[in-house]
Design a protein around this ligand. Structure first.
Ligand SMILES: NC(=O)c1ccc[n+]([C@@H]2O[C@H](COP(=O)([O-])OP(=O)(O)OC[C@H]3O[C@@H](n4cnc5c(N)ncnc54)[C@H](OP(=O)(O)O)[C@@H]3O)[C@@H](O)[C@H]2O)c1
Length: 325
């Protein structure tokens, strides 16, 4: 099968389209013919082995342990292991491979416990945009109550475009933060207010929010707290912009938050997104009931994967970037 493989850490130039053995399904695994995958910030962090501290979390110290990049997939079940109960060949599915990686490829093999039926109203491209970004948005908003006011910093990005829509459908008042060129997009997703960060600083304009979902990491915890109602919640995603050096990168803010959380008067949560079928099921129901529609910025072919990752690495992609396989 064709797959996007890397042998060493580095820029998107290390990604090569090669012929490799397709993975075979055994036990409770399904083999999926991938029709589309999408790019997440996670992919370029692993591609670069950046920040260095992340290399100690199992991705490989001197070279990537998993050679094929990509987490999100949407496709059709091609074969099943003998213990598979929920799926059969021909079923359309979607999912997130998590740290196993491998979705920038024609086939993936994954436990049926991590796979869900593709939302019926989404194309394969749209479905492939959902798993990790939708999961992150849903997790980031899990404490949100109807009627609360939530601010999404990074509202025009892969996660933010889901977060704005999901928060609206949960009955919240939503403020999105983005640059001028994305104001219209964020409004069109349902945001009640949009802060253009090139003109205004939400941490200094006096408005306070019950929940601040920070997908950018460009403000200190002190600044984020200024924008919070008493007893409110800050959720940190590990956003990459100017939040540390290449040693710890975005992990620095998260490490500090974890250390400070027990002593904080407000709630400080750090997002973790381990693949989970229940989340995929919740996202499927939300998509099918009109709770969100994935927004796709650009679509690339598998041999253009380095360009797709290069674009997401700019941290100025608009919504999701999809690769068709
Ligand atoms: N913890 C987890 O499990 C987990 C899971 C998924 C993602 N994440 C993290 O969450 C972050 C967001 O992910 P993503 O997929 O949404 O990233 P993304 O798609 O790369 O985000 C790009 C967006 O960020 C916006 N942005 C850049 N600088 C900004 C600023 N100063 N203020 C406000 N918005 C700004 C850009 O808008 P403009 O072009 O308008 O500037 C762009 O639309 C990433 O850093 C990722 O690592 C964490």
């Amino acid at each position: 099968m064709r797959a996007v493989v890397q042998d060493r850490y580095g820029s998107p130039d290390v990604l090569e389209l090669r012929d490799v053995e397709p993975p075979a399904a055994s036990g409770n695994e399904v083999q999926v013919r991938v029709h589309a995958t999408s790019v997440n910030a996670y992919d370029w962090h692993v591609m670069r082995g950046d920040p260095y501290l992340a290399r100690l979390t199992g991705i490989g110290v001197t070279a990537p342990r998993r050679k094929i990049r990509g987490r999100d997939f949407a496709g059709t079940v091609e074969a099943v292991g003998r213990d598979v109960r929920r799926f059969r060949p021909g079923d359309d599915v979607y999912g997130d491979l998590g740290a196993a990686d491998g979705a920038f490829a024609e086939y993936v093999c994954v436990s049926e416990d991590l796979v869900e039926t593709k939302p019926a109203n989404l194309t394969f491209e749209q479905a492939a945009a959902v798993p990790l970004a939708g999961h992150t948005a849903l997790q980031g908003l899990r404490t949100l109550q109807p009627g609360q006011h939530v601010l999404v910093n990074g509202a025009s990005g892969g996660v933010g475009t889901f977060a704005v829509q999901i928060a609206k459908s949960a009955g919240a008042t939503v403020t999105g933060v983005c640059s001028t060129r994305n104001v219209e997009l964020v409004s069109s997703l349902g945001a009640d207010h949009v802060v253009d960060y090139t003109e205004d600083d939400f941490t200094r304009n006096g408005t306070r929010y019950d929940l601040v979902l920070d997908l950018v990491g460009n403000h200190s915890l002190t600044a984020l707290r200024r924008a919070l109602t008493p007893g409110g919640t800050i959720v940190l995603s590990g956003g990459g912009v100017s939040s540390g050096g290449s040693l710890a990168g975005p992990m620095w803010l998260i490490i500090r938050a974890k250390l400070l959380a027990p002593f904080a008067r407000d709630r400080l949560l750090v997002l973790t997104t381990t693949p989970d079928r229940q989340i995929l099921t919740a996202l499927r129901h939300l998509a099918e009931s009109g709770g969100f529609t994935p927004v796709i910025d650009r679509t690339y072919s598998l041999d253009e994967a380095p360009d797709a990752v290069r674009y997401v690495e700019t941290e100025h992609a608009r919504a999701k970037v999809v690769i068709t396989v």
